[in-house]
Design a protein around this ligand. Sequence first.
Ligand SMILES: [Zn+2]
Length: 148
Amino acid sequence: MLNLLPNHIEAIQEHGEHDYPHECCGLLLGKFLNNGHKSVSEIYPISNAREEELKRNRFLIRPEELLRAERYAREQDLEVLGFYHSHPDCEARPSVYDLEHAWPTYSYIIVSVREGHAAELRSWELQADRSQFSHEELVRAKEVELCQ
Ligand SMILES: [Zn+2]
């Protein structure tokens, strides 16, 4: 389960609309909670590293960008919980490319952007055997960590 605030969802939607007709991408930073849920505290936008002609279909985060994001997260005492990207004029479900480049444990939010406007937004998790994604429940509120 992924907890996030309405302003996090808005930030992802706006990033997707801004980069349309290209894919946007970024990281979800926050905390893994003791109950196995994830709580997002911050959206970390990253530019799309792909060549212009490939941008429309696939997202890629450069290793140095990921390192910078991970360093930033550590400084804020946060963890990388997962990634988000947009699907311009496509459904908010993972592509074969997404499946081949995903890791278990992380959350993968996909926002569909249709004709420049953010539409459905869903979160996915890779199954442990890496064969496919499962839909991950999104809770649009912050879950408070009770035991510190
Ligand atoms: Zn995708």
